[in-house]
Design a protein. Structure first.
Length: 508
């Protein structure tokens, strides 16, 4: 697979994913990363173009998103969008101000200098979509103003070909900006000399070709959770390996309601042979009376790895296929160094059997598009993530005993059904339903009960590094609390709307 040419830094905008998607529509792959991951990614990648997204912060806020400073010294053309432009101006000697009479929200008419490479081939006066309070009042020395709002109050774009800096105050990635796509293509092709490289069918073929030699002589198993990564990877590899690849789903006992049926459905859609290994009792025993979340995770992981090794031996597999993505490898500090084959899985499991990592250069949003291009059902391509240790880490402060697992599984199923019925499920990136084992007093019928609480949390996020806590509408919250408290052991429902940070996505 060719190296990624474009780095998009997510500076906190709700449109960052739209930038990535628009670039793919235009035929370009991009790594979309939060600022914290950029430095380690840059150690092993050489982008030809960098885009800094918009964001809701002000450059003067203490905790405003900041890419690493050396990004300005890479000798790579940078396009700052909205907050991204303000950050560029602020860092290179310009002035950003919060002028309320200059704020824009919605369509704006802009006059462009069409001699600048960024605006070549577009109309001199055009409609854009803008959303900002702060704006650049003075461009840095050496930068030219290349667009202004019709009333000339707002500096809408700046450029410095010698400093390799371009900035636009509006959003070229949204469709309301009439010629936004042309502007992005100008930046990528005319300025940064990038070539088109995103074609899902080509990526699928690259991975198939890369694994074909191994598949000719070897057998492999793939740990199958039914999630987007393992299912899509199975669909990519099934035609290459044929019967020499077996999907193994370990039923840990921590799965959600109906999850086994969904796993079977997804395996069939991927065209892969599936074995379900029942291991609930082994996991309960391994975790034992452990209440500490990290220790629950460690014990879970150890047994999970051991069972995978047992299954590999049983199938006489030479390899275990893993769906590790570029982001997993970035987090483990091995981005770019990863080969197709590794004998040690530095992302986590440390298996004795060799592993294959065919998705090591891909990002989640790309895997979702591969799934769509392979015509996998939306139960695969749009599937929310679910942690390996599953419901075990959603029983807070108690060992995951069967009675507690049953309660949290039931509550999770009910909340999921309500959100789907109310069309609120697809708008969250992940739903978390947890059991708080601290008992509190309640009244059921005429009697006093002393029982548990359920915590419901929805998050919206790009990459789970940061996340926004979702506020469900009042009628949805009411339906959830009245339904869930029908369980004899549940007396209260809490809704957790905290952002990450400071909270994490999971409760434990
Ligand atoms: P946090 O809680 O760290 O979660 O904000 C971020 C994302 O990671 C998932 N997660 C896990 N996935 N094993 C997994 O396979 C785990 O132990 C684990 N812990 C968290 C979490 O569900 C969210 O999607």
């Amino acid at each position: 697979m060719k190296p990624i040419q474009i780095l998009v830094v997510d500076m906190g905008s709700q449109y960052t994913l739209v930038i990535g998607r628009t670039l793919r529509e235009l035929g370009f792959r991009a790594a979309v990363l939060s600022p914290g991951k950029v430095e380690s990614w840059l150690k092993s990648n050489k982008p030809k173009a960098i885009i800094l997204s918009g964001g809701s912060a002000s450059v003067y806020e203490d905790n405003s998103p900041k890419p690493p400073k050396n990004i300005l010294k890479l000798n790579v053309p940078i396009l700052g969008i909205c907050y991204g432009m303000q950050w560029l101006a602020h860092k290179t000697g310009g002035r950003v101000v919060a002028h309320h009479e200059r704020k824009e929200y919605g369509e704006a008419v802009v006059r462009f200098d069409t001699k600048d490479l960024l605006f070549q081939g577009i109309k001199g006066k055009n409609v854009v979509w803008a959303s900002h309070g702060d704006s650049v009042e003075k461009v840095p020395a050496g930068c030219k103003i290349i667009a202004r709002s019709q009333d000339a109050k707002v500096i809408e774009a700046m450029s410095s070909p010698t400093k390799l800096i371009w900035g636009v105050q509006f959003h070229p990635e949204v469709t309301h900006t009439k010629e936004g796509k042309k502007i992005l293509v100008n930046f990528l092709k005319r300025i940064a000399k990038c070539e088109k490289d995103w074609q899902p069918a080509d990526i699928v073929n690259d991975i198939r070709n890369e694994t074909a030699r191994i598949a000719a002589q070897k057998k492999a198993i793939i740990g199958f959770s039914g999630g987007v990564d393992s299912t899509t990877l199975s669909a990519v590899l099934a035609p290459v390996f044929g019967n020499k690849l077996l999907a193994v789903c370990i039923n840990t006992g921590g799965l959600r309601r109906n999850e086994l049926e969904e796993i079977k459905f997804n395996a069939e859609a991927a065209g892969i042979n599936l074995k379900i290994e029942k291991a609930a009792a082994r996991f309960r025993k391994a975790i034992g009376r452990q209440t500490h979340s990290e220790l629950k995770r460690k014990r879970f992981k150890k047994l999970y790895g051991r069972i995978l090794e047992e299954e590999a031996k049983r199938f006489k597999a030479d390899f275990i296929v893993q769906g590790s993505l570029a982001t997993d490898l970035i987090e483990s500090g091995s981005a770019g160094k990863a080969d197709l084959i590794k004998s040690h899985h530095n992302v986590g499991l440390n298996l004795k059997v060799k592993e294959l990592h065919p998705f090591r250069n891909l990002f989640k949003y790309e895997v979702r598009e591969l799934a769509r291009s392979l015509k996998l059902p939306s139960s695969v391509s749009e599937r929310q993530p679910f942690p390996g240790p599953g419901l075990f880490i959603r029983i807070i402060g108690e060992p995951p005993k069967k009675d507690k697992l049953d309660i949290v599984r039931w509550a999770d199923g009910e909340v999921t059904d309500i959100l789907k019925k109310q069309k609120a499920y697809d708008s969250v990136s992940q739903l978390i339903v947890a059991l708080d084992c601290q008992r509190t007093v309640g009244i059921k019928g005429d009697g006093r009960v002393y029982a548990y609480s359920i915590i419901v949390r929805g998050v919206r996020t790009l990459d789970f590094m940061t996340a926004e806590g979702v506020q469900f509408p009042a009628n949805v919250r009411r339906e959830i609390s009245s339904t869930v408290t029908k369980h004899p052991k549940i007396v209260r429902v809490f809704f957790d709307e905290t952002n990450k940070p400071p909270a994490t996505t999971e409760m434990e």
